[in-house]
Design a protein around this ligand. Structure first.
Ligand code: A3P
Length: 281
């Protein structure tokens, strides 16, 4: 068992005041220059949050705040309102949970994706470490079982992504850029340039290079707080491995087969998230 908050059938982490935060969220006032960073948990959101913040600031300096300060399901609305512009508001929620003004103000939205197998492994470590919040004492196999039952926060990844695919297709008027963790790993500067273009920021190759450098795994790990105070083992970090394909060290043959079938089904239904095309998956 893993501690979650059941919000109308959708499982979310049991953050303090999460019910109130979610209830108020649709009515939240947003700003024209807000950027929304969305996607399932452990897809590299901290990484992209830092990159986006640096791009908007126009300088490769780490944000003084933590991403959680701008996380819609976690931060109280009063404190979100206090954040200076431009904000990179972030969330793992669905479109229908988010501020309704999105449909009139049409802010830029960045959607992070990652191989669901690596997400599963990364999520397991995150949940296990955040013992106070999630009370999860099981092992990897136990967590995998919860995944197959959909009893994990933000629900089953495949269903989550298909719901987003539907919502994105139903709202072609919304500007959404879909990015893949694996692509950011492969070509950080290229992705940063693409993101800058999407955000309508001037091209600045030196800045893009500096941001890629500052946001490399090792530099971010050294520089940013890593929730260690909340983790059960002091040596653990939110910046765990930061690689593509760690799932191979965790999935058993039968777990791989289960995901393989899920991925095949998913591929048949998805045209937006061409995540499984890469042979390395
Ligand atoms: P791993 O657990 O596989 O290492 P999120 O920010 O969405 O919670 O995702 C966390 C995952 O992104 C973790 O994956 C973490 O190590 C990885 N990550 C964080 N910063 C990164 C960076 N600068 N470069 C590459 N991966 C990073």
């Amino acid at each position: 068992e893993l501690l979650s908050y059941d919000y109308n059938g959708f499982l979310v982490p049991p953050f303090p005041n999460v019910h109130e935060n979610l209830e108020k969220l649709p009515d939240m006032a947003i700003r024209n220059d807000d950027v929304f960073l969305l996607g399932y948990m452990k897809a590299g959101c901290h990484w992209m949050w830092e990159i986006s913040g640096m791009l908007l600031k126009g300088s490769a300096e780490y944000s003084l705040q933590d991403k959680t300060a701008a996380m819609l399901e976690r931060a109280p609305q009063a404190s979100l309102d206090q954040l200076p512009s431009p904000r990179v508001l972030n969330s793992h929620l669905h479109l229908h949970h988010l501020p309704r003004e999105i449909f009139t103000k049409k802010p830029k939205m960045v959607f992070m994706t990652r191989n669901p197998r690596d997400i599963a492994v990364s999520s397991y470590h995150h949940l296990f470490q955040m013992a106070e919040l999630y009370h999860y004492d099981g092992d990897w196999n136990g967590y995998f079982h919860l995944i197959t039952e959909g009893k994990v926060n933000y629900g089953n990844w495949f269903q989550y992504m298909l719901q987003w695919e539907k919502d994105i297709k139903d709202h072609p008027e919304l500007p959404i850029l879909i990015l893949r963790y694996e692509d950011v790993k492969k070509d950080p500067i290229g992705i940063i340039a693409k993101l800058a273009e999407f955000l309508e920021l001037p091209r600045n190759d030196q800045l893009f290079q500096d941001i890629a450098d500052k946001c490399s795994f090792s530099k971010m790990k050294a520089a940013k707080p890593a929730y260690t105070s909340q983790f059960r083992s002091p040596s653990a970090s939110l910046f765990r491995k930061g690689v593509v394909g760690d799932w191979k060290n965790w999935f058993t043959v039968s777990q791989h087969e289960i995901f393989q079938t899920e991925c095949e089904n998913f591929k048949k239904q998805s045209t937006l998230f061409n995540i499984m095309d890469d042979a390395s998956f």
